[in-house]
Design a protein around this ligand. Structure first.
Ligand code: ZN
Length: 96
């Protein structure tokens, strides 16, 4: 019979990000409260061509799936993450 719980598939919340290589639990994100919990040291990585941002596990340097823009913004604001620019810059002689 019809129940009230079969209207929409509720997205997994909080969303868990796990390193695909070493299975470390890196981060959890509750989208409706904008809460991010970090469990391990991570870095952000942006794909060269697409600019898609992923998490990099600092333990084994494994990359997670692509992060939603909302989460990327949140990480930047709250944790001051620096996202490397996806445009390749030739290695200059020195920063002046
Ligand atoms: Zn890892």
């Amino acid at each position: 019979m019809g129940s009230e719980s079969d209207r929409q598939p509720v997205p997994e919340n909080p969303r868990q990000y796990v390193c695909p290589s070493c299975r470390l639990h890196l981060l959890s994100w509750t989208s409706h409260t904008n809460t991010v919990e970090m469990f391990h040291k991570v870095a952000l990585w942006s794909d060269f061509w697409t600019g898609d941002v992923r998490l990099i596990c600092q333990y084994c340097l494994g990359a997670t799936e692509i992060l939603p823009t909302v989460l990327v913004d949140l990480l930047r604001q709250r944790y001051g993450f620096h996202i490397p620019t996806p445009t390749p810059s030739p290695p200059g002689p020195r920063r002046s």
